[in-house]
Write a protein of this length. Structure first.
Length: 122
């Protein structure tokens, strides 16, 4: 597989900001500072997500769209969103920040219309 394009699309604080265009989503969820944003960069093959050694850098649901060529005999060209969600367990700003970041992540999973499948694109 070869990454043809990878780009930041948007940062969302609620469901209204999440793309619902039929492109499948892969949500990255985990504790603060485990490398979710670093994984986005590794999968994209370039630095598109901000990273930090300090936990709590990701404060919103950050969406990145990646276009991939499956190569000879593969599924052709296809797109996917990587949703880099705020980590849980720690947030700068104390308890109120922890609650707010958890609300943002929970809102992402309550969005209808994110069911998708990989489809070849031209």
């Amino acid at each position: 597989m070869k990454v043809l394009d990878a780009q930041f699309v948007t940062s969302a604080v609620d469901a209204a900001g999440i793309p619902k265009d039929g492109v499948p989503h892969v949500a990255l969820v985990g504790r603060s500072n485990v490398g979710k944003s670093t994984l986005v960069n590794a999968l994209a093959g370039r630095s598109i997500a901000r990273t930090s050694a300090a936990p709590g850098k990701t404060r919103l649901a950050n969406l990145y769209r990646v276009t991939v060529d499956g190569g000879p005999g593969g599924p052709g060209r296809w797109r996917v969103y990587f949703a880099d969600l705020p980590g849980y367990g720690y947030a700068r700003g104390g308890r109120d920040s922890v609650v707010e970041l958890a609300r943002i992540a929970a809102a992402y999973f309550q969005i209808e219309g994110l069911e998708g499948r990989i489809e070849a694109i031209e």
